[in-house]
Write a protein that binds this ligand. Sequence first.
Ligand code: IMP
Ligand code: MG
Length: 337
Amino acid sequence: MSCTIIVGGFFGDEGKGKVVAHIAEKDQPTIISRGGVGPNAGHTVKIGEKEYGMRMIPSGFVYPNARLMIGTGVLVDPRVFLHEIDMLNVRNRTFIDSRCGIIEEDHIARDKGSAHLAKKIGSTGSGCGPANSDRVMRTSRQAKDVPELSQFIIDVPEAINGAIGKNETVLLEGTQGFGISLYFGTYPFVTSKDTSASQIAADNGVGPTKIDDVIVVFKAFPTRVGEGPFSTEMARDKSDAMGIQEFGTVTHRQRRIGQWDGEMARYSAMINGCTQVAITGIDRVDKDCFGITEYGKLTKKAKDFLKQAEDDIGCPVTLISTGPDIHQIIDIRKEPA
Ligand code: IMP
Ligand code: MG
């Protein structure tokens, strides 16, 4: 019975969607609620032959008994939201906070049409930057102003705090990654909001004293999509030779690939208040680890890598992803006390 936040520790696309989906199936939360910027996020969840790409609905949708929510701080694009509701068949259990900021067509046009955002920063073109800017200017519409959303509107903080008060299990799902936080990231090559765990709590109207666990997700080989510094980036032919190629869920742009960055991981874990670490892509450290579900069966090379990561971060690694499917994971978290 606890409230857990899951966030990305590098530059986004660490595999949070998959980790959240696994935790949702295993811990059976009553509520899974999204924080983060908005539909610039792309989360992928693969179950057997089926692959889902979500930009608005929490990745924890795979657990059918959870109520799914979008927190107050998150921007909603009604077109994306309504499309995903029906694609995932979650219309009757999904809710939006009445105060969410709305992304209009005009925000998307301004995002894509701005040389600064589209070219220099390499934004996703989803309208998030201009919409957050209008929100700060206090000119944008809120979810409660949009008739097509009326059936989904609730007070999300009231629902979540009520569940926490009844000792239920709640997951708060972050998006993007630490390195593209507006506050802590590689400004100006960042997204339009903070992305750290405190922000994800604030997005959902949950105070810091109510959070039991912060799981920070790192990928063994970090990636970055869009412009900006990336100190451990590898030359493309090197990552190609290692068989690592990735493409964005939202923009389909090819992601830049880097080596493990222990110093960034430490700093990110510190600011996120990390209590547990999830490492994804261990099968890229050693191909022989693909699909393994027991810690004891990992190779020495993989275990050495995990030990190094733990030393760098100063927090236990309790989740290890060994492949894209949600069941390809090693979970050595302790049962909650
Ligand atoms: P924006 O958030 O669309 O304004 O994009 C700003 C920067 O953040 C660009 O470099 C994007 O590629 C990056 N970005 C935004 N959302 C994500 C995400 O979910 N994953 C990875 N990169 C992202
Ligand atoms: Mg993504």
